[in-house]
Design a protein around this ligand. Sequence first.
Ligand SMILES: [Zn+2]
Length: 82
Amino acid sequence: MAFQKRELLLVVGVILITIGLLGVGLPLIYSVIISVGIYAAIKLYVAKSKKSIAKKVGEGLCALCGSKVENGVCPNCDSKPE
Ligand SMILES: [Zn+2]
């Protein structure tokens, strides 16, 4: 439910941007292209940040030094956690 609400807000925001661009005097086709581009960029960014958060939580911390494990390897100790 919360996700759908956020999606709706995003769509409304993009529509407002389209109207704003039309108000500035930009042709409809360019306004739509820019708005769709912004929408795609936001969707991509959200998907990316969600992925990186899931990664951070999923891999946890190094048992030896306590730093974040990246790609299954501790960047500090350069060794796989047991
Ligand atoms: Zn470590």
